[in-house]
Design a protein around this ligand. Structure first.
Ligand SMILES: *[C@@H]1O[C@H](CO)[C@@H](O)[C@H](O)[C@H]1NC(C)=O
Ligand SMILES: *[C@@H]1O[C@H](CO)[C@@H](O)[C@H](O)[C@H]1NC(C)=O
Length: 350
């Protein structure tokens, strides 16, 4: 049997392209037109932010659904909770990251490595040198695009701008020092070092921690659209470090379906139990998604058939065997017993 690209990959590509188109439109219609040269990078960056969001929240009750991914407070998404904060931060980080990477790869005529510190003493026995990823460039351009989506002057706009900034700070703050030794036959008497972007996954993990530690500020009531109100908003946000995520509202109950809010609830979600090397967060996913939401864990056994033991035959075909493998998967399903009781208390963390 010849190996063919699987439908899954094709479907994924489809989905990818759909949301890609969405990002492009979203930014092109609202971003400053003068920056058309950067728009494809901005769209690619926003897309990588979305993918990272889905990865980081794959086993959370809220799993970064498409509906949550509309930036800008005038775009219909009026929620201002912890999840909104994460979406803004990761999107803005994705855009800055991609622009910076593009710059280092020479994709733009007007920017390159940041060598402004080169030659200066960095620490004992080492100097700055080499090609520092130009986060200053990525920061400036991404700010122009992403922050331009916030046109309001209310607390929500201020919150979004704050979290956009936190996303950019996360990119800067996770940069890594890389060094190279100099001296006779690698004796390393002197070193030159430069800062490099980490894998984007690290930025995502860093922001997930910030998400758990997000600060709630109480600004929705009172502070109106008066000059005094705007002053109070500005003062409040100025007093909070731009490394932290900020939200104004509590999250809804993600256990439950709520059509008004576009929430699907956790019924039918898959969770992980055994097998593979699961982290603590994954291992507890069945309890978090099912048990604590008053749902039962349903075991479904299935057999998967996949190509295996593929061999290349001269010339030119790849032949594979079909391997059957038993898999057990777990899903949240409505329990037969009456719902509620101790298993589903209000006031849980989202
Ligand atoms: C910047 O990088 C992204 C992702 O690697 C890519 O899709 C995009 O085309 C690049 N932009 C330019 C102008 O080369
Ligand atoms: C959906 O959420 C809204 C806003 O929080 C709430 O008022 C409403 O009662 C919820 N609906 C259901 C069915 O839970």
């Amino acid at each position: 049997m010849l190996v063919k690209p699987s439908v899954c990959i094709f479907l994924f590509t489809c989905v990818f392209q759909l949301s890609h188109t969405w990002s492009v439109n979203n930014f092109l219609m609202t971003g400053p037109k003068a920056y058309l040269i950067y728009s494809s990078s901005v769209a690619a960056g926003a897309q990588s932010g979305i993918e990272e969001c889905k990865y980081q929240f794959a086993w959370d009750r809220w799993n970064c659904p498409e509906r949550a991914l509309q930036l800008s407070s005038h775009g219909g998404l009026r929620s201002a909770n912890r999840e909104t904060a994460f979406v803004h931060a990761i999107s803005s980080a994705g855009v800055m990251y991609t622009l910076t990477r593009n710059c280092s790869l020479g994709d733009f005529d007007n920017c390159g490595c940041d060598d402004s510190r080169n030659g200066q003493l960095g620490g004992q026995g080492w100097l700055w040198g080499g090609c520092r990823d130009n986060v200053g460039f990525g920061e400036a351009i991404s700010k122009q695009f992403v922050d331009a989506l916030e046109t309001g002057q209310d607390a929500r706009a201020a919150m979004n701008l704050h979290n956009n900034e936190a996303g950019r700070k996360a990119v800067k703050g996770t940069m890594k020092r890389t060094c190279k030794c100099h001296g006779v036959s690698g004796s390393c008497t002197t070193q030159t070092c430069w800062l490099q972007l980490p894998e984007f996954r690290e930025v995502g993990a860093h922001l997930k921690e910030k998400y758990h530690a997000a600060l709630k500020v109480d600004l929705l009531q009172g502070a109106g659209n008066s000059a005094a109100g705007r002053g109070a908003i500005a003062d409040t946000f100025r007093s909070i470090s731009t490394r932290e995520l900020v939200h104004l509202e509590d999250s809804p109950d993600y256990c439950l379906e709520n059509k008004t809010l576009g929430l699907l609830g956790t019924e039918g979600r898959e969770c992980l139990r055994r097998g593979r090397a699961l982290g603590r967060w994954e291992r507890r996913s069945c309890r978090r998604l099912c048990g604590d939401c008053g749902l039962a864990v349903e075991e479904r056994r299935a057999e998967t058939v996949s190509s295996c033991n593929c061999k290349f035959h001269w010339c030119c075909a790849v032949r594979c065997e079909q391997c059957r493998r038993r898999v057990t998967k777990y899903f949240c399903s409505r329990a037969d017993r009456p719902r509620g009781g101790a298993a589903h208390e209000p006031g849980r963390k989202p």
